[in-house]
Write a protein that binds this ligand. Structure first.
Ligand code: UGA
Length: 432
């Protein structure tokens, strides 16, 4: 099929490269000329395992990059909208990118259009948006909801191995056309209506946020009792009704999706007078989880003023250079404000972090290209991201490099007994 995709963010880019891999011809439309230039010169603008290889394979053959929507739409059967929907101050997602795209489409395709392309909303949008989009297109072009479930860091894998494919449509033929794109992907298909599909996406991310806040609170309870959370979680995960995934305690969920989608869902509920107590609590618990981690550092270091804290991990999770809503962005400024010096390392996210927290504007902040350099003269090590290199770091070497003896392991990567055996004071998340 011939497909146009608007938006070369991580969803648009991944979708484009993977659809090419499935044999389709894709024109990817992007408004940011710097991004277009990078892509056209073979540079993948985001860190996403497997993506550069796919782009390299398909660029200039089945994948074209352009700034021109009308050119991309020539002969296109389907147009995917993969534009960003960032949160606004109210929690409502900003749909201006989508509004602009639909306006451009309308201008290019007057009402006499032939029902092509089918417009697919992949961006995460509140219930009612597909219906609104359909109206904006005068009901002439079919609109289909096809939410994405691509985790950053494993987006390419997730595209080919989804838990399900959701298609929301009021037009059966259009829904089936979009479903046929995934013919070679083995996954249950949920063919449903617009609002159900939109809500299924939000419900998934909201439930994941709930699950993590529950797990983090359980870990806090274990800290209080003085017992270890790991076996409790193993037992919990063996219950088929709960499942073993997404049960790792941490520094509180981050990223561009869970926090944003929870806020958007609560905003939507507020507007229609529905109270979502569990979701409000999940958000509150997430804020508290970060405070708890900071408190572990403060409790373990005598007077933080003038002390050096090493931080390992700046991205919101391993496998990505994305720092949006990362624990690092909250905790490092707090440590600096309390008079600490921070030496931080990340294997991929130093540049992204420096863009938001430039060291020249944050006296006391040093970004290190080498994890061991970050430990020099440090009184404590705070681990915030579960990068494999940190998990594999020899504990004796950590002991030798640190000046102080405190490790606050915000991802439970290290072995507490082995850490303590070297004389380190180990504080995990619900670890004994
Ligand atoms: C999330 C969803 O998992 C994807 O299905 C969805 O497509 C995507 O949002 C989206 O809406 O676009 P992502 O934001 O990449 O994906 O991150 P997750 O893997 O869900 O992790 C979210 C946060 O939870 C991270 O900070 C991670 O470190 C944390 N987490 C995750 C834990 O603390 N413990 C866990 O066991 C799992």
């Amino acid at each position: 099929m011939k497909i146009a995709i608007a938006g070369a963010g991580y969803v648009g880019l991944t979708t484009a490269a993977c659809l090419c891999e499935l044999g389709h011809a894709v024109s990817l439309v992007e408004i940011d000329q710097t991004r277009i230039d990078a892509l056209q010169s073979g540079i993948c603008p985001i860190y996403e395992p497997g993506l550069p290889e796919l782009l390299d394979k398909h660029l200039d053959t089945s994948l074209k990059i352009t700034a021109d929507l009308s050119q991309a739409l020539e002969g296109a059967d389907i147009l995917f909208a993969c534009v960003g929907t960032p949160p606004m101050a109210t929690g409502a997602p900003d749909l201006s990118g989508l509004r602009r795209l639909l306006g451009d489409l309308r201008a290019l395709r007057p009402l006499s259009a032939d029902g092509r392309p089918v417009v697919v909303l992949k961006s995460t949008v509140p219930p009612g948006t597909n219906r609104w989009a359909s109206k904006r297109l005068g009901g002439v072009l079919p609109v289909v909801s096809n939410p994405e479930f691509l985790r950053e860091g494993t987006a390419v894998y997730d595209f080919f191995h989804p838990d399900r494919v959701i298609i929301g449509s009021e037009d059966r033929a259009a829904g089936e056309l979009v479903a046929s794109l995934y013919r070679d992907v083995e996954a249950p298909l949920v063919l449903t209506g617009w609002e159900q599909a939109e809500l299924a996406k939000y419900a998934t991310n909201a439930f994941l946020a709930l699950k993590l806040s529950f797990v983090n609170e359980l870990a806090a309870l274990c800290d209080g009792i003085g017992t270890d959370v790991q076996d409790v979680l193993t037992a919990l995960g063996l219950d088929k009704r709960i499942g073993p995934h997404f049960l790792s305690p941490g520094p509180g969920y981050g990223g561009s999706c869970l926090p944003k989608d929870l806020k958007a869902l609560m905003w939507k509920a507020r507007r229609i007078g529905v109270t979502l107590d569990t979701m409000r609590s999940a958000e509150k618990a997430n804020v508290r989880q970060r405070e708890r981690l900071l408190q572990k550092v403060l409790n373990g270091v005598d007077d933080i003023w003038g002390k050096t804290i090493a931080v390992w991990g700046l991205s919101f999770k391993a496998g990505t250079d994305d720092v949006r809503s990362a624990a690092s962005l909250e905790l490092i400024p707090k440590l600096l404000a309390l008079g600490a010096r921070v030496q931080a390392h990340d294997p991929e996210a130093l540049i992204a972090f420096a863009r938001v927290c430039p060291p020249e504007r944050w006296p006391g902040l040093v970004l290190c290209g080498d994890p061991w350099r970050a430990l020099h003269g440090a009184h404590a090590l705070l681990i915030l991201t579960e990068w494999p290199a940190y998990k594999e770091a020899p504990i004796e070497q950590i002991r030798q490099h640190l000046s102080g003896n405190l490790i606050v392991d915000g991802r439970n990567l290290l072995n507490p007994e082995r850490a303590r055996a070297t004389g380190l004071m180990y504080r995990g998340v619900g670890r004994k």
